[in-house]
Write a protein that binds this ligand. Structure first.
Ligand SMILES: [Zn+2]
Length: 457
């Protein structure tokens, strides 16, 4: 038997199912050279002591300190990497105006590779420091800068799925920031796919190209069709925005006389490896089509509070078998952390269930059975994201990759209120989910490699 590259001893939390947490108390986690969890051993299992004796005291062994816990790394299914440069600004204006007055001018600057490098290095580092081990990124229309983002993910050890954004519809995009025409948009996308496929051959954790029409309004029919064909030809991931706001949903109805979901499907863009951001306005037929094609919904709860004119019915879509993950939607969402988005997902769902208009009676005010629990929101940020991407990530389990965040609850500057040494681990899990700040995230590992650590106390 080959020796393990690393063995960790400690307590971990992972999703057992969308509603249940599994607590792996004082387990040994054995990592192999591919960065996979080859074996997990519970204290009561045969072989626990022998393995402990073999590895304890060696440089490959790490025992978690008192008050430290492991969680799976987070999977952020929707990040506009260039918008990190404007995070937190202009959240008080409507989507259409926000795109035209803030976002497109910023994104157009990424033709400058020096500027791109500055922002992209920062955003990848910021996400890693927030426990995000896998991220699905929109870059910009620029092929070179998009490739640079994939290279930075590769180098910093993050599992990046990156898309060169396509937007060529002259009616809906500014002249200074769009693909010149269908032919060049498709040619650039194809070259980008091939370049990232080369890059991933020398990247342990993998980087992946993503076919990325910005959203239906910004693309012409020919381009949408061509992108669907490229996704099929290279079996790539696909990402876009779907049924986000009243304006966007209405625009697609006017142009195609159908909802986004069916329009995207007609162009071959709903596939097992497709992730659609927002999807607030999916009706039951749309949700059925998502489930049938294996397309995942990326829920972006903070962004939705500003731009989506609604709260997405996550519980209803889950019950219909739709795969759902979580996204920060930087910078429609201001936070680079999925902890913030986990919390907002729960709070928004509670407001949907109870309703918000106090002039209505309690019976009329809300949408029954809409709430999700903290366990479910954690599932969206981890296992749900892994299933959305069809990758062995988002769980701490055998045959999954060692993508984890090590949380320290005892930090002097960010101490969690845990006073009983025998406190129920379910309660500790909930305190972690609600109270952890980035400084509590002491180590982040991707594919068995440490990619972030903090030494300050
Ligand atoms: Zn977005």
């Amino acid at each position: 038997m080959k020796p393990y590259t690393r063995v960790f001893q400690g307590t971990a939390f992972t999703s057992q199912s969308p509603k249940e947490i599994q607590i792996l108390k004082d387990h040994l986690f054995c990592i192999n050279e591919d960065g996979m969890i080859e074996k997990m051993i519970a204290p009561e299992d045969k072989g626990y002591q022998a393995l402990l004796d073999a590895y304890q005291g060696t440089e490959n062994f790490q025992r978690l300190d008192e008050g430290q816990y492991l969680l799976p790394g987070f999977i952020d299914l929707h990040v506009h990497a260039p918008q990190w440069a404007q995070a937190g600004t202009a959240l008080d204006i409507p989507l259409y105006e926000w795109l035209n007055t803030y976002t497109f001018p910023i994104e157009s600057k990424f033709s400058d590779l020096d500027f791109a490098k500055n922002v992209y290095e920062d955003v990848v580092s910021a996400l890693l420091a927030n426990g995000t081990t896998t991220a699905l990124y929109f870059a910009t229309v620029h092929k070179e800068a998009s490739l640079l983002l994939a290279e930075i993910c590769a180098e910093k050890g993050q599992r990046g799925l990156v898309g060169k954004v396509v937007m060529d519809n002259p009616d809906q995009t500014p002249e200074y920031y769009r693909d010149a025409d269908t032919v060049s948009a498709l040619a650039d996308t194809e070259e980008f796919i091939l370049a990232v496929r080369e890059l991933t051959k020398r990247t342990k954790q993998g980087v992946y190209p993503v076919v990325t029409p910005r959203f239906i309004p910004s693309c012409t029919d020919d381009t949408l069709k061509g992108l669907g064909e490229l996704a099929a030809k290279y079996d790539t991931y696909v990402q876009s925005h779907c049924s986000e706001s009243d304006w966007e949903h209405g625009y697609v109805q006017d142009r195609f006389h159908k909802n986004d979901a069916f329009a995207l499907n007609d162009f071959g863009l709903l596939r097992e490896k497709s992730v659609m951001a927002h999807c607030n306005f999916l009706n039951d037929d749309d949700a059925g089509l998502f489930a049938e094609t294996g397309t995942a919904v990326c829920h972006c709860p903070i962004s939705n509070a500003y731009f989506a004119n609604s709260v997405i019915p996550i519980a209803r879509f889950h019950s219909k078998g739709v795969e759902i993950g979580l996204g920060s939607d930087i910078s429609g969402g201001f936070s680079p952390g999925l902890f913030d988005n986990v919390r907002q997902a729960v709070m928004s769902s509670r407001m949907l269930e109870d309703g918000v208009d106090t002039t209505l009676s309690a019976e009329e005010r809300g949408v029954p059975n809409s709430r999700i629990t903290i366990n479910e929101a954690f599932y969206l940020a981890t296992a749900g994201g892994g299933e959305s991407l069809s990758l062995p990530i988002g769980r701490i389990a055998e045959k999954y990759v060692w993508d984890v965040q090590l949380i320290d609850t005892t930090l002097e500057t960010a101490k969690l209120p845990i006073y009983d040494a025998n406190e129920d681990l379910n309660d500790i899990f909930q305190k972690i989910m609600y109270l952890v700040r980035p400084e509590n995230i002491r180590e982040v590992w991707v594919q068995g490699e440490q990619v972030h650590s903090r030494k300050d106390r």
